[in-house]
Structure formats: structure tokens, C-alpha cells
Design a protein around this ligand. Structure first.
Ligand SMILES: [Zn+2]
Ligand SMILES: [Zn+2]
Ligand SMILES: [Zn+2]
Length: 329
């Protein structure tokens, strides 16, 4: 079980995980490579399906799954208690961490990553994310679902086998409400549609790849080195309502971007973060995907101020990644 506690200094909800099983040991072993214990068979490989809870959904031919969705054994969010905020005193505010936490196994191949997925496999993974988010959106009381992929220990992955996670919760997290505020502040049609137009007006600057459905770029405002943003051209607030062609294109764009990153920087840990509007929100939003490579560590200044210092201008990162695409293709 977990619990939400409000940080009254920042107004952010914090998830306090009360039973993550073996996890405390992991804190002492942060420096170890992913899967330091080779004696434990990989729970996500075909043939080991019994080592996870039964699948919620599988994709692919009968008996030969290609993508598999299972409940997370140590859920950060679980149960369906209402979001009732409990004031335990003037500064202690708590709520149940209700919601859903699922694992999405991206491929039966243990040694592959999203950078290795075929077009059809990348499309299947995106369809699986859409289906799960649509399912979460239909659950009363849930407001937002966060899809992520962590790759590499520095990015928080504890199992090497390529997988993502879906976490559905009963509140709108700060990062999303901040981005919603950004869309609302923008005095134009749509902040990200305008970003695509502005970048395409200066080709060879920060755009890395583009096709008729999606664009990959290093944002002008990149906070970290080699940060990338993938924007579908269709203006849709909700990933789970996106057209199949847009989803497939974003899946391919992710593959292209991550392959270029690996080509130029070697095996780098990274986080992939999918952002869409809260489920029943009608406010302006345009779903998109962030790729955040873990090439530098946040130091005291960044943590103290929330002001990132990026030592690699996005124009240089984009030029380098375009070379990577040329080599990787
Ligand atoms: Zn495996
Ligand atoms: Zn838009
Ligand atoms: Zn975002």
C-alpha cells in the first residue's frame, strides 16, 4: 500500500510507499548494473509468465505474445478509495494513493530496447499504451495516467528486459498542471502546433526527424543534454483518442530517436515520458513524448532552484543526433 502526503511548501503530492518488498536493499546498490543477480531468471522473458501476476492483456498471436501487460507487483498506486483528503493537523495532509500500476513488456526479446523495435512492434506497443490508458480513463475517480519507459539503472530501471509502466492516479500531477498552464498562457492557437511550424521554418536547426505524422526535435528550451521532444502533427489532447497512424508514427519516431542517441552516445540510460491531457479535461493540450537521457546528474543548484543548467545547446545535440540517424538507418 502507498499513501499520498502533501508537501505544504510546494503544494506537491508525494507518494509514500509503505511496502515495496525488497526495495530498501536496492537503495544501497544503486551503483550496480541492472540485474545484478543473474541467478534470478528474468520474469518478463517468454516461458516465465508464472513469475508475474496473470496478464491483463496480451498482443500477438495465440501462445506467442509480442506485448504483454501485467499488474506491478509493488504498485505505487492501488485500490479505488475516493480521493478524500485527510487533514491530520495544520501541516499534515494525507490522501489514499488510489489508482492502477501496470507493467508493459515491450517485446519478448530480452536484449532489445525500443531502439531495436520494428515498425510493427513499435506500433503494437503504442496501441497497447492507448488501450490501457483508455481503460484507465473509464474508471470512475481516476484523472490521469502516466506512461513511462525507464531504461538503464541510472534511469531507475530495475529489470533489464525492455518494459514500460503505466500509473493511473486520482489527481492531476504537478508536471501536467504546469504544462496545462503553459498551453493556457500561450497566446496563439496551440503551443506545440506552433512549435512544429516554428521549427520547420528553420530546418537543420533543432529538428532531428520528421514524417507526415510526427516530428522529433531538441526543444529550444532543452533543460538537459540531448533532451528530445516528439510531437504528433495531429492536434489531439488525448493520447488514448489519437488516430492509429499518429500512434504508429510516434512509436517509429521513438525508435529512430533512441537509435540515434545510442549511435552517438553509446548505451545511455534514459527516461521516456508520455504526456497527455487529464482524462476529462477539455482545456487546450497537445499530447507528446519527452526523451530525457541520463547523461548528467542534477546537482545542488538545480535541486535548490529548479533552474536547470544545460551544458549542451539543443542546436548542437540535434546536429549530432542527425548524424546518428544517418549512421543508424
Ligand atoms: Zn527477459
Ligand atoms: Zn496542437
Ligand atoms: Zn510534456
Amino acid at each position: 500500500m502507498s499513501q499520498l502526503r502533501l508537501d505544504p511548501l510546494t503544494g506537491r503530492w508525494v507518494v509514500i510507499s509503505l511496502d515495496r518488498g525488497e526495495r530498501p536493499q536496492a537503495l544501497a546498490h544503486r551503483a550496480l548494473p541492472v540485474e545484478a543477480d543473474p541467478a534470478r531468471p528474468c520474469p518478463f522473458c517468454p516461458g516465465h509468465e508464472e513469475s508475474t501476476p496473470p496478464a491483463l492483456e496480451t498482443y500477438g498471436p495465440e501462445g506467442n505474445w509480442l506485448v504483454r501487460v501485467v499488474p506491478n507487483l509493488y504498485p505505487a498506486f492501488s485500490g479505488n478509495e475516493h480521493m478524500v483528503v485527510d487533514h491530520l493537523g495544520p501541516v499534515f495532509t494525507q490522501a489514499p494513493a488510489s489508482g492502477i500500476h501496470e507493467v508493459l513488456v515491450l517485446s519478448p526479446e530480452h536484449a532489445s530496447t525500443w531502439a531495436d523495435l520494428s515498425d510493427s512492434q513499435a506500433g503494437l506497443v503504442m496501441a497497447a499504451i492507448r488501450d490501457r490508458v483508455a481503460e484507465h480513463a473509464s474508471v470512475p475517480g481516476l484523472r490521469y495516467s502516466q506512461a513511462i519507459v525507464n531504461s538503464g539503472r541510472e534511469a531507475g530501471a530495475s529489470i533489464e528486459h525492455p518494459h514500460g509502466q503505466l500509473l493511473a492516479m486520482s489527481f492531476v500531477p504537478r508536471e501536467i498542471s504546469d504544462e496545462q498552464a503553459g498551453f493556457a498562457r500561450f497566446e496563439g492557437s496551440c503551443l506545440l502546433c506552433t512549435t512544429i511550424e516554428a521549427e520547420e521554418a528553420s530546418p537543420g536547426m533543432r529538428t532531428i526527424a520528421a514524417d507526415e505524422h510526427a516530428v522529433v526535435l531538441c526543444p529550444f528550451w532543452s533543460a538537459t543534454a540531448y533532451e528530445m521532444l516528439i510531437i504528433p502533427r495531429d492536434h489531439d489532447a488525448h493520447l488514448h483518442r489519437a488516430a492509429p497512424a499518429a500512434l504508429a508514427a510516434v512509436g517509429r519516431a521513438l525508435r529512430t530517436a533512441l537509435a540515434a542517441l545510442r549511435q552517438q552516445l553509446g548505451d545511455t540510460a534514459y527516461n521516456v515520458v508520455f504526456h497527455a491531457a487529464p482524462f476529462r479535461s477539455e482545456a487546450e493540450f497537445h499530447w507528446h513524448v519527452h526523451i530525457i537521457p541520463k547523461v548528467t546528474t542534477q546537482a545542488g543548484f538545480e535541486l535548490g532552484t529548479g533552474v536547470p543548467i544545460n551544458i549542451c545547446p539543443p542546436e548542437e545535440a540535434a546536429a549530432d543526433l542527425r548524424v546518428g540517424i544517418g549512421v543508424a538507418v
